[in-house]
Design a protein around this ligand. Structure first.
Ligand SMILES: [Zn+2]
Length: 193
């Protein structure tokens, strides 16, 4: 297992070159942490903080929020709420099949932090890349595990691992896409735990 983590970690560094230079520049002042937290995966989704793009406290926050997301998505609350929700863009699956699917996917997700002040994007991902970028305008290491778990759920569980999409523009129906449904339901079930 140690080798696997090492490989994942090295891969996460290798991916840095694909990040836009503007984002790199914004993060250039972030001091390098002296201690590298081990990317402990609890459950089946392993979140790997990229140490070039976050502080030690931010990395620890990703690990604790990732642990929370893994707990929530395995809960009866999450399963029932997804199963009972009318959803759109389900890739042909029934709501119950989506619930089963979301509880079964696994994988490794690199996470980086950046700062963009003039945007409403709380996080983003480049198409075809599994890396989740968290905007420091909206989140910090002081954010609650549940609020970060909700965004990790949308991006990692909904988009990267689940491969569900939604319209780019806001519509009333968009809230019923799988990624936005995950936001609502992680918010609900996380606070009940
Ligand atoms: Zn999305």
């Amino acid at each position: 297992m140690a080798n696997r983590y090492l490989i994942l970690f090295l891969l996460s560094f290798a991916s840095c070159s694909s990040v836009q230079s503007g984002v790199s520049a914004l993060n250039a002042a972030t001091p390098a942490p002296s201690v590298t937290p081990s990317p402990i995966g609890v459950g089946d989704i392993l979140f790997v903080p990229d140490m070039k793009f976050n502080s030690k406290l931010e990395a620890e926050k990703i690990l604790s929020a990732g642990k929370k997301l893994n707990e929530v998505r395995k809960s009866q609350c999450f399963f029932n709420a997804i199963k009972n929700r009318k959803m759109i863009e389900t890739n042909g699956k029934t709501s119950e099949e989506v619930a089963i699917h979301l509880q079964s996917v696994s994988g490794s997700i690199p996470v980086q932090w950046y700062l963009a002040r003039f945007t409403s994007a709380v996080a983003y991902r480049n198409v075809g890349s599994p890396i989740i970028h968290f905007n420091r305008k909206y989140f910090s290491y002081k954010s609650s595990d549940c609020s970060i778990a909700s965004t990790l759920g949308h991006e990692a569980l909904g988009h990267v691992l689940g491969e569900y999409g939604h319209s780019f523009k806001w519509t009333k129906e968009r809230d019923y896409s799988v990624p936005y449904s995950i936001n609502r339901i992680v918010d609900l079930c996380c606070l009940q735990k």
